[in-house]
Ligand binder design. Structure first.
Ligand code: ADP
Ligand code: MG
Length: 255
């Protein structure tokens, strides 16, 4: 089967008057359809840079990125949904108008598309709040709204950059669990950047460990929990701590 996304020997540096900051080096990576890849690595190693390249927001300096077998272009990046750390909801728009925004801009707001988005609002407990402004919602609700806005465009590939980092621990567990369910239920492919190892292990099917900057692929660890287990259930499985220790050790050797 053709991989959804493939990176071949990708390298990237930032250039400024102060000089060159190499961020990524020799990245080889394959993301298959239905994969949920978690990306972990030391702070400042190049995780967000990698995600920006996958999103088509940055172009690789060396090497190439292929999306469904074709060389990645900005236009091709339309099949990709990108959710940043900050939820970027517009405060003056209602939740309904926020989640429909992408469809509106892309001129895809058909009655069917609207209904599908309303179904997601219902399923994720936001329908009652559709006329509310983002400031009236809790952090967890806002993040769910941001995710629905991203899913509304039916992206084949979801890129999430520390999407839960603004949430308190309790909410983070619940929203993480929800989002894991949503992504599995909708059959999406996802790449999640996180600095929370437990989150990476409980949500993903593989954990990519990056080295210190410039990031190289240190290891990819397959996570073998049964599909039907929720993120919260996975945290209580006996293998969970084995995965945790293995990844922890790998990261520790970076320091
Ligand atoms: P991470 O997400 O892993 O914390 P980033 O990918 O954001 O790391 O950044 C990797 C490195 O590139 C860091 O040293 C950061 O300071 C640098 N960097 C990030 N964005 C820019 C930029 N726009 N210009 C110059 N340097 C940058
Ligand atoms: Mg980052």
């Amino acid at each position: 089967m053709e991989p959804m996304m493939e990176l071949k020997n990708v390298g990237f540096s930032y250039h400024s008057v102060a000089g060159e900051t190499p961020a990524l080096s020799n990245i080889d990576l394959v993301v298959q359809k239905g994969d949920f890849l978690a990306v972990v690595g030391p702070s400042g190693c190049g995780k967000s840079t990698l995600l920006s390249l996958l999103a088509g927001l940055l172009e690789p300096e060396r090497g190439s990125i292929f999306l469904s077998g074709k060389k990645m272009t900005r236009a091709g990046a339309g099949a990709i949904g990108y959710m940043l750390q900050h939820d970027h909801l517009f405060e003056w728009r209602t939740i309904e108008k926020n989640v429909l925004l992408g469809l509106e801009i892309q001129d895809k707001l058909t009655p069917e598309a609207r209904e599908r988005v309303f179904d997601m609002l219902k399923a994720y407990g936001l329908y009652k709040f559709r006329k509310a402004k983002p400031s009236q919602l809790s952090g967890g609700m806002r993040q769910r709204a941001a995710l629905i806005r991203t899913l509304a465009l039916s992206p084949e590939l979801l890129l999430l950059d520390e999407p839960f980092s603004a949430l308190d621990y309790q909410t983070r567990l619940t929203v993480g669990d929800d989002i894991g369910k949503i992504i599995r239920k909708e059959g999406k492919t996802a790449v999640l950047v996180t600095h929370d190892l437990s989150e990476a292990i409980s949500l993903s099917s593989r954990v990519l460990i990056l080295s210190r900057r410039p990031a190289t692929v240190k290891r990819v660890i397959p996570i073998g929990f049964p599909m039907e287990k929720s993120a919260l259930e996975r945290r209580n499985c006996p293998e969970f701590s084995d995965y945790f220790n293995e990844i922890w050790k790998e990261l520790d050797e970076n320091e």
